[in-house]
Write a protein that binds this ligand. Structure first.
Ligand code: PHE
Length: 341
């Protein structure tokens, strides 16, 4: 019996506990209810009664040693996991952070907004999902105007006796909202997305950006409009740029004009982009129609104003030499990465 105790003590002393699995193996071998130490306690009955207290003492001692070894080992394991924390692999490559940058359309829009805000225009925005009355009726479009056609306009609701709900086809309805909302003098620009149901190609897309302007005050004339457009064009396209105003028609302005700038790619000599004409069309404009003022509650006898509207995307394409308008909307990262911050 004493030999068995001695050899078990040696085995316990030599048992190395380095992991949780080894700790469990130690416990199962020595200290559980059916373990080796309990086995020796069971043999105590057969020991000479005179020696039983001594042998029992040795067994108790052995049991205490085994238990304190478990205690020590489990504490060591706990403090090890605490100081080590989660496993860190120092050889892993670092995480890459991609820096976002401004979309080319926003860059150009930002330049345009800056030029007009330097001239005292504030920015007004409105919903892209618009009422037919704001997009057409209050802008003096007659009921049978072709722009109201399904082929040009994306209708969301089109029912007899109800106001149409549609994707705005221009940003002019924002001007209607501003006129209904505020009293003159008014001096705003309205940048934003507009939608038209057009055949999609490299040159036209079903959504694009416009920037419109509206100025209403006492005694505003076409000369003010021209001066403003000139100032804008020089800052946007260069000091040497020339302008050409061609008579045109819009339901919401009278008189109306379309504005061309000398092609800023060839300087007016004629190239592929300006189709050899030397001119690029940049906007429509005119004096706000009295009917439009009246429908927004502004007296056209007292006030007058001008409005203009230009497409943004074509300028973006020319400026960055992008040959397909669809690239501006697909947001392919291979394209966007070419415009770092
Ligand atoms: N809203 C017109 C368009 O989309 C542009 C425009 C605005 C023309 C203001 C004249 C005055 O074509």
């Amino acid at each position: 019996m004493e030999n068995s105790i001695r050899s078990l003590r040696e085995e316990i002393a030599a048992f190395r506990i380095g992991t949780a699995d080894e700790l469990e193996a130690f416990r199962l071998r020595f200290t559980v209810r059916k373990g080796l130490i309990a086995g020796l306690f069971a043999q105590l009955k057969s020991v000479d009664p005179a020696r039983r207290p001594e042998i029992g003492g040795q067994l108790n001692q052995l049991k205490a040693e085994a238990e304190s070894k478990i205690e020590e080992a489990s504490q060591a394991l706990v403090s090890e996991t605490k100081t080590a924390g989660p496993a860190i692999d120092l050889s892993l490559p670092g995480r890459r952070h991609f820096t976002g940058s401004e979309h080319p359309v926003q860059k150009v829009l930002g330049e345009m907004k800056q030029i007009f805000s330097d001239m005292g225009f504030t920015i007004a925005t409105g919903p892209e999902l618009e009422l037919g009355s704001y997009n057409f009726d209050m802008l003096n479009f007659p009921p049978d105007h072709p722009a109201r056609d399904m082929q040009d306009t994306f209708f969301v609701r089109h029912e007899e006796g109800e106001d149409d709900v549609l994707l705005r086809t221009h940003t002019s309805p924002v001007q209607v909202r501003v006129m209904l909302d505020r009293k003159p003098p008014i001096r705003v620009i309205c940048p934003g997305k507009v939608y038209r149901n057009e055949a999609i190609s490299a040159r036209s897309y079903c959504v694009f950006h416009q920037l419109e302007g509206l100025y209403i005050d006492k005694g505003v004339t076409f000369a003010d409009l021209k001066a403003t457009i000139y100032s804008f064009a020089r800052q946007m396209f260069g000091q040497d740029v020339k302008l050409r105003f061609r008579p045109s028609f819009f339901p919401f302005t009278e008189p109306s004009a379309e504005v061309d700038v000398t092609c800023y790619l060839c300087g007016g000599k004629g190239c592929r982009v300006c189709k050899k004409s030397g001119w690029l069309e940049i906007m429509g404009c005119g004096m706000v129609h009295p009917n439009v003022m009246r429908s927004a509650g502004i007296d056209p006898e007292e006030w007058s104003g001008y409005a203009f509207g230009m497409g943004v995307d074509r300028t973006v394409l020319l400026k960055y030499k992008i040959d397909d308008i669809r690239l501006l909307f697909e947001n392919d990262v291979r394209m966007l990465r070419q415009f770092p911050a």
